[in-house]
Design a protein around this ligand. Structure first.
Ligand code: DX5
Ligand code: ZN
Length: 219
């Protein structure tokens, strides 16, 4: 049996920030399914990136869904701003807020799909009692904060465990960090349905984006 073609979500963290709109249009035209937007606050993770105003400015540039990965604490006060800015999926780390269930419910109330992100040290059990409150599970195969890190193979077993927990529910299982043409098939084989890729998509500049995305989808 051949594995299903994964959704590819380029992380704009690896793009040229001086030409952000152009870069988003280029990856969308090159076959990207979602746009992965990494939001960092210099507190929850040791890096600072972009806020809701930038998300809002990018929205008219592409029509593919915005997959917004929030690495900020507290997170609840900013959900509304990201939803209003055009986020379609909003993912949060359980460690970033006191009440994950409340946060997920709020994301859905705002009209977005709700995602939970697992750091490498976070156990799948965090979500055991909330399987009907999530639309997306995002497994970090690196520690969050920076692009260009090496894929942690230890996370493959977690992906497989979460795939079992999902069963036949309509929940995306996404992997983020160090996804390359070598590691993408391992993620898909473990049960991933969506792959975030920064370095592996943006390397080589716009002329290479279509080939880079096709290679991650399995050629
Ligand atoms: C890191 C981010 C990732 C990152 C992935 O905290 O969540 O989305 O951009 O970058 P690569 O694909 O280069 O590992
Ligand atoms: Zn991310």
């Amino acid at each position: 049996m051949t594995a299903r073609t994964p959704i590819i979500a380029p992380s704009i963290l690896a793009s040229d920030f001086a030409k952000l709109g152009e870069e988003c249009r280029a990856v969308a035209a090159a076959g990207a399914d979602w746009l992965h937007i990494d939001v960092m606050d210099g507190h929850f993770v040791p890096n600072i990136t972009i806020g809701p105003d930038v998300v809002k400015a990018l929205k008219p540039h592409v029509s593919i869904p915005f997959d917004v990965h929030l690495m900020i604490a507290p997170v609840d006060p900013y959900l509304e701003a990201f939803a209003a800015a055009g986020a379609d999926l909003i993912s949060v780390h359980p460690e970033s807020g006191p009440h994950l269930n409340r946060t997920l419910k709020r994301i859905r109330e705002l009209g977005c799909k709700a995602g939970v992100v697992f750091n490498p040290s976070t156990s799948p059990s965090v979500i055991e009692w909330m399987m009907d409150e999530v639309d997306l599970i995002l497994v970090m195969s690196i520690n969050p904060g920076f692009g260009g890190q090496t894929f942690m193979r230890s996370q493959l077993a977690k992906i497989a465990r979460l795939r079992e927990m999902i069963g036949d529910r309509d929940i995306h299982l996404e992997v983020d960090g160090g996804v390359t043409v070598e590691t993408a098939p391992l993620c898909v084989a473990a049960g991933a349905t969506a792959l975030v890729a920064g370095t592996a998509v943006f390397k080589g500049g716009p002329a290479a984006y279509a080939a880079n995305i096709a290679a991650l989808k399995g050629g």
